[in-house]
Design a protein around this ligand. Structure first.
Ligand code: PEP
Length: 253
């Protein structure tokens, strides 16, 4: 019987301000985070990680973990504008999203680059949240499985020896920020494919790898998605910017 602790991670994307973040974090910290029932993370824009880190420290023992939205594939040096994993560690970052579809689409990140980023995160003790997902057009021509398996295979190829340390997020591109959500059955069937692929790489260890669903998850649909056998949490975009909605999703988990 699988029972990994669920993870609810908010992806704030390029949103927020010092004032907005402070208000949101105080609402989250003052809300019911169901400590210990599930893990909670907020992935903030990198310039605000120091702010959120300080807020979490001043809150004392908070169940909220800090996450980054991307990392550099390089260790350090002449890579203008990039942020290394050791810099993120300085601010208590525990999770890093890698391979979000917006980075694959707008920054042309390849499967190989995403895999290198996952490896880089693991080398620093940061848990990569590896995003995979198909576009509407790919789903339309029956390529969903092929696409998500290809994306995950690149990561397994590079970090197969410690694959149980990653988190996977299935995020159908057509459901991100669109209000369209995969039905629980659609999501579960892709999660089952990913689980089988992880099992082939890690044996029984695959049981403990968390596979999150992301794509217009909200307070109303979270429960039915999170009750699927292979859905171990959520990666939440828009709803993570509203404390009441995010707390309701945490409560569903
Ligand atoms: C995301 O960006 O990872 C995401 C799931 O966004 P949304 O919840 O807004 O669809």
């Amino acid at each position: 019987m699988r029972s990994p602790k669920k993870l609810i991670a908010g992806n704030w994307k390029m949103n927020g301000s010092l004032e907005f973040n402070s208000t949101l974090m105080h609402s989250l910290l003052g809300g019911d985070l169901h400590a210990n029932a599930c893990d909670v993370a907020v992935c903030a824009p990198s310039v605000y990680l120091a702010q959120i880190h300080a807020l979490l420290l001043s809150a004392g023992s908070s169940p909220i973990h800090l996450g980054a939205q991307d990392i550099s594939a390089h260790e350090k040096g002449a890579y203008t504008g990039e942020i290394s994993v050791s810099m993120l560690k300085d601010f208590g970052v525990a999770y890093a999203i890698v391979g979000h579809s917006e980075r694959r689409q707008f920054h042309h990140e390849s499967d190989q680059l995403v895999a290198i980023k996952a490896e880089r995160a693991l080398s620093a003790g940061i848990t990569p949240i590896v995003c995979v997902g198909e576009t509407q057009q790919e789903r339309g021509v029956g390529l969903t499985e092929v696409i998500v398996k290809r994306q995950l295979a690149a990561v397994i190829h590079l970090v197969g020896h410690c694959i149980t340390e990653i988190v996977v997020a299935y995020e159908p591109v057509w459901a991100i920020g669109t209000g369209l959500t995969a039905t629980p059955e659609q999501a579960q069937s892709v999660h089952a494919v990913l689980r089988a692929q992880l099992r082939a790489a890690a044996g029984d260890g695959a049981q403990k790898i968390r596979i999150l669903y992301g794509g217009s998850m909200n307070a109303a649909n979270a429960k039915s998605l999170l009750s699927q056998p292979d859905i171990d949490g959520g990666l939440i975009g828009g709803a993570a910017l509203k404390a009441a909605d995010f707390l309701a999703i945490v409560a569903s988990a």
